[in-house]
Design a protein around this ligand. Structure first.
Ligand SMILES: [Zn+2]
Length: 107
């Protein structure tokens, strides 16, 4: 079975299982590698897998957007065909001057 990777790293997913005696518990395993049953960590009994919605909502939206752009740029890189409009340039930000520099003697 092939293991999903992103950027050469294995993706570890959290799978939810339910024990009839002890309730639900999580198992972390490489994506696509979790079975339908696993032993309960408390009683060792057979526990079935519970299918839940992926926790995509917990991810930082900026990181997800960056990953989407990186994936898209493999096949459809964004190509600049014209200069940005004249008003689009933003002033270059510089660090505020260090107040200690004002106390130095002038040449
Ligand atoms: Zn149990």
């Amino acid at each position: 079975m092939r293991t999903e990777t992103r950027g050469g790293r294995r993706i570890i997913a959290t799978y939810v299982f339910r024990c009839g005696e002890d309730g639900v518990f999580d198992v972390e395993a490489p994506m696509g590698q979790a079975g339908q049953h696993t032993p309960c960590p408390v009683c060792g009994g057979d526990s079935g897998r519970v299918f839940t919605a992926p926790m995509l909502g917990l991810a930082d939206r900026r990181i997800v957007d960056a990953m989407d752009r990186a994936d898209k740029s493999r096949d459809q890189p964004e190509v600049v065909t014209q200069l940005p409009p004249a008003g689009a340039s933003r002033p270059t930000r510089t660090a505020p001057p260090n107040p200690a520099l004002k106390r130095l003697p002038r040449p």
